[in-house]
Design a protein around this ligand. Structure first.
Ligand SMILES: Nc1nc2c(c(=O)[nH]1)N[C@H]1C(S)=C(S)[C@@H](COP(=O)(O)O)O[C@H]1N2
Ligand SMILES: [Mo]
Length: 219
C-alpha cells in the first residue's frame, strides 16, 4: 500500500467525521445533568465494539512501549511497560459512549489509575489541563479534574484480554464519563499543562468538554 493511498483514506475518514460535527448531527436537545438515565441522550446501545481511528493502526510491541509523563509535575517520569506493571493495579467496570452515537455497557478495564499516576508524578498547583499524544499523531485534551476522576485509568487489559492493536494496545487511556474520543489509544505522552491545547477533534469542531449527558458533541 502506497503512502498516497493511505493518505487519501485518512483524509476521507477525517472529512466525513468533520462533516458530522459541522451539521450538528444527533443533537436531541435533552440534557440529563443528573445522569438519571444510564444511556446519555441520542445514544444507542451496541453489543459489539466498533473501532474508530484515523486510518492508521500502529503496532507497538510491549518491549518498545514507553510513556512520558511531563509538564507541570514535580517528578516527570518515563515508564516502560515493566515499570507501569509495577505500579498498583486498578480495575474498573464502565460504559463507553462514542460521539458517533454508540454506547457499550460493562467494559472491564484493568491497568493503572490516573490517581496513582498523579501520586507518582505529583502535579503542581499550576497544572490545569492534561494533554495526550499518541503514536498515530492523535492528540486530545481534558481538564485536570476530568483526568483525576476515580474511574480514569491507563488500561492494558479489557475483559481479561490484552488490549488489541486496533483498540489502542498495549496501553490506552480510558475516561469513562466523557465521549470516547477523549480516551487516547496508543498513548505515548501525558502532559500536565498550565494552558489548554485543543486536540485533533477539538480543533475540528468537536466540543472541548465532551460531556455525553449534556450532549457536548460539537462546539
Ligand atoms: N490515538 C488515537 N486515539 C483515539 C482515536 C484515534 O484516532 N487515535 N480515536 C478516538 C475516537 S474518535 C474514539 S470514538 C475512540 C475509539 O476507540 P475504539 O476504536 O477502541 O472503539 O478512540 C479515541 N482515541
Ligand atoms: Mo469517536
Amino acid at each position: 500500500m502506497t503512502s498516497a493511498f493511505t493518505g487519501s483514506i485518512r483524509e476521507k475518514l477525517i472529512a466525513a467525521k468533520q462533516q458530522w460535527a459541522e451539521k450538528g448531527r444527533l443533537l436531541t436537545g435533552i440534557h440529563d445533568e443528573k445522569h438519571e438515565n444510564r444511556l446519555p441522550p441520542g445514544q444507542r446501545e451496541v453489543k459489539d465494539w466498533p473501532v474508530l481511528d484515523l486510518g492508521i493502526t500502529p503496532h507497538i510491541a510491549e518491549s518498545d512501549w514507553q510513556l512520558t509523563i511531563t509538564g507541570e509535575v514535580e517528578n516527570p517520569v518515563s515508564l516502560s511497560m515493566g515499570q507501569l506493571l509495577e505500579l498498583p493495579a486498578f480495575c474498573d467496570r464502565s460504559d463507553i459512549h462514542c460521539v458517533t452515537s454508540w454506547s457499550r455497557y460493562e467494559n472491564d478495564w484493568q491497568g493503572v489509575s490516573a490517581l496513582e499516576l498523579a501520586h507518582l508524578v505529583k502535579p503542581m498547583r499550576t497544572a490545569r489541563y492534561v494533554l495526550f499524544t499518541a503514536h498515530d499523531g492523535y492528540t486530545t485534551n481534558v481538564r485536570i479534574e476530568q483526568f483525576l476522576d476515580n474511574d480514569v485509568l491507563l488500561a492494558h487489559h479489557w475483559q481479561d484480554q490484552p488490549i488489541s492493536d486496533e483498540h489502542g494496545g498495549p496501553v490506552r487511556v480510558v475516561i469513562p464519563k466523557l465521549y470516547f474520543w477523549k480516551s487516547a489509544k496508543w498513548v505515548r505522552e501525558i502532559k500536565f499543562s498550565k494552558i489548554d491545547k485543543p486536540g485533533f477533534w477539538e480543533m475540528r469542531g468537536y466540543h472541548n468538554n465532551a460531556d455525553p449527558w449534556t450532549e457536548q458533541r460539537y462546539d
